[in-house]
Design a binder for this molecule. Structure first.
Ligand SMILES: NC(=O)c1ccc[n+]([C@@H]2O[C@H](COP(=O)([O-])OP(=O)(O)OC[C@H]3O[C@@H](n4cnc5c(N)ncnc54)[C@H](O)[C@@H]3O)[C@@H](O)[C@H]2O)c1
Length: 353
């Protein structure tokens, strides 16, 4: 597989469709991909306000920003607007924004008129390194994250790191949570590289940033190409997300922060379930702090458990949990709810000291 910075364009064939990766100036590339009257852009209020020239001349649907809007209500509003705009089966929908917008766009495009073509222009680090890749399009229902969703690939992913120039510091940190996840799962060298740098470094070294995003994109694509429908290996990508998702909705945290905490909890589970050396968790905590991510939170383990047991990787009496054997090596283990409950209790205890 090619690293994207080495080529301006390449495509990958997934069972549910071919994805064209384009690395270019977003305005110019979008003009080349589609005529302005053949597509509708979907974005959030922040991105629309920051980049008015980019949206000029396009029909644009603007959704309120933030995770709280990744809901049925937004889907209904967008669908009604699509009808108002007379969107038809050949209308191309394009999500321009972070993971919330790409998830919403993918979901609506996969269901509107039983499915229309769509593309993504990710504008956050988290979106570029993770959320926009892989074809999972989920929305939340109450406290349950991504419980409704589809797996359908976008026709294209258009990357333009210039969008990151306006990204707030907190969103850089959130993006790094997923980057650190890829390092923990697959790539010890990447983990070492991250240990030697910080956000300031990547913000000011475009080539290193692009290489970093490319590595994460490659790891995700490799995993998804082998198991698009998440029957097996794709589950690995949920490292830190099982507890993380429950904490995210319960305590109203940004996705990246919740994943950071979820990875700490997953390390505790790994210590209990497969003897992970406790030094790994301590080292990971230091790395997360280096990227301004949280490592403790006063949680109520019982409440977190109530949400966690409805996780999509749950079986009758167990859950497929992603454990770490060491940095760069993870596995899927079917674990009892008990062992996870114990880890949540010890995380809550450690956070209160
Ligand atoms: N589908 C998947 O495989 C997958 C994977 C990981 C995460 N996700 C989902 O992604 C979401 C998190 O993504 P996110 O962190 O990008 O959240 P987000 O979309 O809420 O974006 C974060 C914030 O950054 C703002 N923003 C976006 N682009 C900007 C820019 N260029 N400049 C300034 N501000 C900008 C947004 O308005 C928002 O306030 C979660 O809902 C998560 O579940 C999905």
């Amino acid at each position: 597989m090619t690293l994207f910075i080495q080529s301006m364009q390449y495509s990958l064939s997934f069972p549910s469709g071919e994805v064209n990766y384009i690395f270019s100036n977003a305005t110019e590339a979008l003009t080349a991909i589609t005529a302005k009257d053949s597509c509708i852009l979907i974005t959030d209020a922040n991105v629309a306000a920051l980049y008015p020239p980019f949206f000029e001349g396009y029909k644009t649907l603007i959704v309120s920003a933030g995770e709280a809007n990744k809901t049925w209500e937004s889907i209904k509003i967008v669908a009604e607007k699509l009808l108002e705009y007379e969107a038809h089966r050949n209308t191309l929908l394009i999500g321009v924004g972070g993971g919330v917008i790409t998830d919403l766009t993918g979901f609506i495009a996969s269901t509107y008129m039983r499915g229309v073509a769509f593309g993504y222009i990710p504008t956050t680090l988290l979106g570029m390194a993770d959320a926009a890749i892989g074809g999972k399009n989920g929305i939340n229902l109450g406290l349950h994250k991504n419980i409704l969703g589809t797996i359908q690939q976008p026709k294209f992913l258009l990357y333009d790191v210039a969008f990151l120039s306006t990204l707030p510091d907190e969103e850089w940190s959130n993006g790094f949570a997923e980057v650190i996840k890829y390092a923990c799962l697959f790539d010890e060298a990447l983990y070492q590289e991250l240990s030697q740098h910080n956000i300031h470094f990547y913000k000011h070294n475009d080539q290193d940033l692009e290489r970093l995003i490319a590595k994460c994109a490659d790891w995700k694509n490799k995993t998804v190409l082998a198991d698009e429908k998440e029957q097996n290996g794709r589950k690995l990508l949920n490292f830190g997300h099982t507890a993380g998702h429950a904490i995210e909705t319960l305590y109203n945290l940004p996705h990246g922060q919740a994943v950071a905490l979820g990875m700490i909890i997953a390390c505790t589970v790994s210590e209990k379930a497969c003897g992970l050396n406790s030094a790994v968790k301590e080292n990971l905590k230091a790395l997360l702090l280096q990227y301004n991510l949280p490592v403790q939170l006063l949680i109520n383990p019982g409440r977190v458990m109530e949400i966690l047991i409805m996780d999509k990787k749950r079986n009758q009496d167990s859950i497929d949990f992603i454990v770490l054997n060491k940095v760069g090596e993870a596995e899927i283990k079917s674990l009892s709810f008990d062992i996870i409950q114990q880890a949540l209790v010890s995380f809550a205890h450690a956070s209160s000291n």
